[in-house]
Design a protein around this ligand. Sequence first.
Ligand SMILES: NC(=O)c1ccc[n+]([C@@H]2O[C@H](COP(=O)([O-])OP(=O)(O)OC[C@H]3O[C@@H](n4cnc5c(N)ncnc54)[C@H](OP(=O)(O)O)[C@@H]3O)[C@@H](O)[C@H]2O)c1
Length: 310
Amino acid sequence: MTESRSVVITGASRGLGLASAAHLYRQGWQVVAAMRSVDAGMARLRAKTGAGTGDARLTGVTLDLTDPASVAAAAKAVEQAVGAPYALVHNAGISAAGMVEEAPVSLWERMFATNIFGPVALTKALLPSMRAAGRGRIVMVSSAGGVRGMPATAPYSAVKGALERWGESMAGEVAPFGIGVTILVTGTYDTEIITDAGTTDSRVLDGPYARHHHTMDKRGREAMKRAAKAPDRFAGGLAQALESTKPFVRRSVGPDARMLMIANRLLPGAGMHTLTRLMMGIPRFGALGGTPAASMGAPDPNIQESEENG
Ligand SMILES: NC(=O)c1ccc[n+]([C@@H]2O[C@H](COP(=O)([O-])OP(=O)(O)OC[C@H]3O[C@@H](n4cnc5c(N)ncnc54)[C@H](OP(=O)(O)O)[C@@H]3O)[C@@H](O)[C@H]2O)c1
């Protein structure tokens, strides 16, 4: 890299954001690390990079994506620090565990506030300067749930799907101004978001979906932990993605994400449904009809509309 380009990374306090901010700093980028708790997050970043408190290549900016005033103030702080940023990485996010019946509507609201409404507002605030600069890249950190709606995490899947569609729409709009959009379909990495403690857990383990939870815990969540790669490996993928000069890119980071994208291209929707069901150990279609689940007010699976009989 010949000149020091600037990158704004949201959720840089920990997990993939922290690893990415540190990696890009080491590569010579001018990093704006946006986060809710700047003191704690910047202390972690400085410890990881060896950067001093006065280092102009590492700036912390306070950002709570659920608070419109915080988003507006963060956009101003970014422009004060680096002018028009070269890249904006929408990394911050929350996840959810629980069936649609179990997750409260307030969780859906918080999910969309954090993963869509806040990031959209931040993008709107920064786009005028990026457009005027006539170059740049906006990266959306998506997930398996953005490729295909995953059971037991509908709010998360819905928000990642929305993130991808937003990115695709925006790519068509901003490309003429020299700004590219990259959707990074992210595989499994060892951060708090994949743990019970790091997610908003609405599961009712002894309710109508007890059987799903039991097998999904054994197969899905344990397998997830085993498959998880080190966050630094994601950071390398993000760094590569930032080098693209294409107007629109949708690519995977991590082997499991790559396999999912291939399977989703090759198999019809009904096939993906069955594959997901088998991998997660979810009871077959109709298996729970007439059990106490139905009598407890759960929808009768026998009247579910589906072409799928797997
Ligand atoms: N790890 C994986 O396996 C995986 C897989 C696919 C996709 N992803 C995606 O990767 C991204 C990063 O996840 P991660 O694995 O690094 O998870 P993480 O360790 O839980 O980190 C989440 C980050 O988001 C921040 N955040 C949460 N709510 C926020 C808000 N209201 N305003 C500003 N920041 C907020 C957190 O800040 P605080 O420290 O203040 O809480 C934290 O920095 C997410 O978009 C996630 O969906 C991760």
